[in-house]
Design a protein around this ligand. Structure first.
Ligand SMILES: [Mg+2]
Length: 393
């Protein structure tokens, strides 16, 4: 039996939920993303689904089913930004993440128990953090493979967690309606109905050879595996990082730019350390600021050459912060680096006196952190700030 533990995450009515979050007057209304009369619906809120509106349905048909619905064109870039925030949270739990769409991902949890607790605890923590950082709900399915995890994430929507333990697979399949099985379309369903196959588990009432004779070698095998709940498809993560970042959501909104700067230094420290550990240098520094109403602003600048030292990262982020028209109340601040190159440090950094000093400082601090852990060293500037405010971190 498959002893893996695969989690499938799926945001609830993703595009519609982002629109409702950004415009609370839409709450409780049937919101439909898709406003082109010749186009199709790309998302529907749960209120709209009560009228039979579904994604991929022609907009004209949705308008007939739900004439009083709120039809919106949608904000693709915004969804992309929120998607990146969600995936950043997911990556905090495991490096084995395979993102399959803007709002769906598989995570291989096998062996994570000691680090993060039971699958249920991981699902709860992941959902809570996504909610905290984006204001949105997600549904999670956990099962021994991707196929069953994907099915499970759909069974307790919205805001649900559905876990299929390995010993429950057979019972689970015996009540899983055949139209919920991925890869089995209406045509196959109609053919299966001739053999009284109504649930996935019913497939096993006939031997593998029976299905191969009727659906061919590959098709028969596929059906059989669906019926047995077997799938060995691995979670395929995108290993090469495209960016490295750190961000913090504040418990109380912040309006003092000096406080924000102190957090940026803290983040530059974390990001710089990660870069140095993995041997990466980044040229583009991005500052992200989220206001109390969830509006996100990002600003980037590209440095003349790739860096990995804390001071350079902090200075770039501080420049971006100074140039940005800050919202009155900041909910989150983040710093990230992208545009990576790998390998040996640019020579000019050694030649420049300041660069050499910075590098020595970083390697000293890294060595101390390695030995004594996170809280052992706080850079002078951050320390001054912390003691002045009377709040550590
Ligand atoms: Mg979804």
């Amino acid at each position: 039996m498959d002893s893996r533990r695969i989690l499938h995450l799926d945001m609830d009515a993703f595009f519609a939920s982002v629109e409702i979050r950004d415009d609370p007057s839409l709450a409780g209304k049937p919101v439909i993303i898709g406003n082109n009369p010749r186009g199709v619906v790309s998302a529907a809120s749960y209120e709209a689904r009560k009228y039979g509106v579904r994604s991929a349905m022609p907009v004209m048909r949705a308008k007939k089913l739900c004439p009083h619905g709120v039809f919106l064109s949608g904000h693709g870039r915004r969804y992309g930004e929120v998607s990146r925030e969600i995936m950043a949270v997911v990556h905090d739990f495991s490096p084995l993440v395979e993102q399959t769409s803007v709002d769906e991902a598989y995570v291989d949890l096998t062996g994570l128990a000691r680090l993060h607790g039971t699958p249920l605890a991981i699902a709860r923590a992941m959902k809570a953090r996504i909610r905290q950082e984006t204001g949105l709900t997600a549904s999670v399915g956990i099962a021994p493979n991707k196929y069953l995890a994907k099915v499970a994430s759909d069974l307790d929507k919205p805001d649900g967690i559905y876990i299929v333990d390995p010993e429950m697979v057979e019972a689970f399949l015996s009540t899983l309606a055949i139209d919920k099985v991925p890869g089995i379309g209406p045509k196959t369903q109609a053919m299966l109905a001739r053999y009284q196959v109504r649930f996935a588990g019913d497939i096993r009432r006939f031997p593998l050879e029976f299905w191969k004779e009727r659906f061919g070698e590959k098709g028969g095998e596929f059906l059989w595996r669906r019926g047995c709940g077997v799938s060995d498809s691995p979670v395929c993560p995108d290993f090469e990082p495209k960016s490295s970042g750190a961000e913090n959501t504040f418990e109380a909104d912040v309006s003092d730019p000096e406080v924000l700067k102190a957090w940026l230094l803290h983040q530059a420290e974390r990001v710089g350390r990660d870069l140095r550990k993995d041997g990466y240098f980044g040229r583009t520094v991005t500052l992200k600021v989220k206001s109390a109403d969830f509006t996100v602003k990002t600003r980037s600048l590209s440095l003349p050459e790739p860096v990995c030292d804390t001071q350079s990262l902090f200075e770039a982020a501080a420049r971006l912060l100074a140039a940005m028209a800050l919202p009155a109340k900041v909910r989150l601040i983040g710093l990230s680096v992208s545009n990576f190159s790998r390998g040996s440090r640019q020579l000019s950094l050694f030649e420049e006196p300041g660069g050499g000093r910075r590098q020595r400082l970083d390697s000293t601090l890294d060595a101390i952190l390695d030995r004594f852990g996170k809280s052992a060293v706080i850079r002078g500037r951050l320390f001054d700030f912390a003691s002045k405010r009377g709040q550590g971190r």
